[in-house]
Design a protein around this ligand. Sequence first.
Ligand code: FAD
Ligand code: NAI
Length: 467
Amino acid sequence: MASYDLVVIGTGPGGYVCAIRAAQLGMKVAVVEKWPTFGGTCLNVGCIPSKALLQASERYEEVTHMLPKMGIGVGKPKLDLATMMKFKTDGVDGNVKGVDFLFKKNKITPYVGTGRIVSAGKVEVKSGDGKTEILDAKNIVIATGSDVAKLKGVDIDEKRIVSSTGALVLDKVPEKMLVIGAGVIGLELGSVWRRLGSQVTVVEFLDRILPGMDGEIARSFQRILEKQGMTFRLGAKVTGADTSGKKLKASVEPAAGGKAETIEADVVLVAIGRVPYTEGLGLKEAGVALDQRGRVQTDGHFATNVKGIYAIGDVIAGPMLAHKAEDEGIAIAEILAGQAGHTNYDVIPGVVYTFPEVATVGKTEEELKQAGVAYNVGKFPFTANGRTKVNQTTDGFVKILADAKTDRVLGAHIIGAEAGEMIHEAAVLMEFGGSAEDLARTCHAHPTRSEAVKEAALAVAKRAIHM
Ligand code: FAD
Ligand code: NAI
């Protein structure tokens, strides 16, 4: 029987990063993956392919809306969707091959097959041809990720009623797309298909988009998306979809119930969240406890109730984000090596990769109010930033929230071009417990969009210069 210090089940960003860090720390490591390629949801059907299509569709739209303003006349763009999809697939291939390479480099043994925990210390791997093998493991890390949440009455066939996975491989641009859920997936993939020519309507159960993000940011972002041509039906729910005709007919009702109406669509995207994936893992038999939401229960240091079995990433509590899973993967590897591994859940950035991007880290105004924390707000609009003015990408603003007593930055929220890159200066500052004044007194290169971050920090003390 092959024997390892650590067996990681799942090779998403949580699992593969955990395996690499553990190998760096001298452990003998194996990974078990049931998909034919490594990298999990993120690399195969999540972050990476969606960003490839966001990048390509943004360029496509730019040809009509932006290039003529710059004096670059290239005529009406012609969409070759098959080539755009190949661009996406090439990007995915490059990334999954990268994980292969890293496993080899770090002498990690990969097993392709479905992993099942037989008991603490024993993992069974069942390969596609039905053969099974038992691995002996001093420690086991569950990193099996998440799966699409289903909606009753709207059955996903991945052709006309799709999840994010089907929405990444459509072979033609739907005339009308109905998106269920105004969360990150709905807005990112809705944006992709709107840019390529679909009429996109988003039905959202709540009375706002992007729940959990700062309310002012969400309202402003909704207006921007509406200006781009996306339609929103807030406070509404889809209760069923009739697939019998050429067009799909979705029944839409007010969230609180009431008269239903029909919305026609060629494709319906179900994007109402994701659920932890624990199917076939043998957790019940191994005695591993789940919480009320079906997530593997951990003790704050990634340990389950069974000694020697740990869990990280989407399958446990917390935001379902690749970088959160990665950080947890590193932390548990370090803990297993006797170090003080730690994930700081107060400073996990979140980014929506639309145009403009939305980026956020730390507390929202709503959270601070609810916690009764006195705070000051500094805001700075991109209309007043030299670089965005000259680039004509002035939609959005930066908002910094700082403790009223100590001036410590508690949250930063940005809508704007490349907000997802800018957010990290706030994240680093917050990791060091920095103040708005620290940020405001840091010299920022001119002309950059990041000067708006400095100006928002200055605005906390009501001394922004360019406003
Ligand atoms: P996963 O990436 O889900 O990996 C789990 C792996 O475990 C899979 O490979 C699965 O095959 C394997 N597995 C499961 N059960 C078994 C078993 N029994 N045996 C063997 N293998 C098993 N997050 C971001 O931070 N940024 C983004 O831009 C972003 N975009 C996204 C876009 C989309 C469309 C989607 C769906 C998600 C996106 N996410 C994004 C979320 C991100 O993909 C997840 O948070 C991340 O992949 C979670 O990592 P993980 O390692 O926990 O699990
Ligand atoms: P989400 O949780 O972000 O949004 C789901 C939305 O659907 C919510 O607004 C919710 O109120 C709404 N909803 C739920 N039930 C509904 C119903 N019956 N009818 C109408 N609306 C309903 O989930 P989403 O977008 O599916 O994404 C899943 C996960 O993937 C997220 O947790 C996210 O973190 C991650 N992800 C991250 C990305 C990024 O970081 N850029 C990109 C894509 C996904």
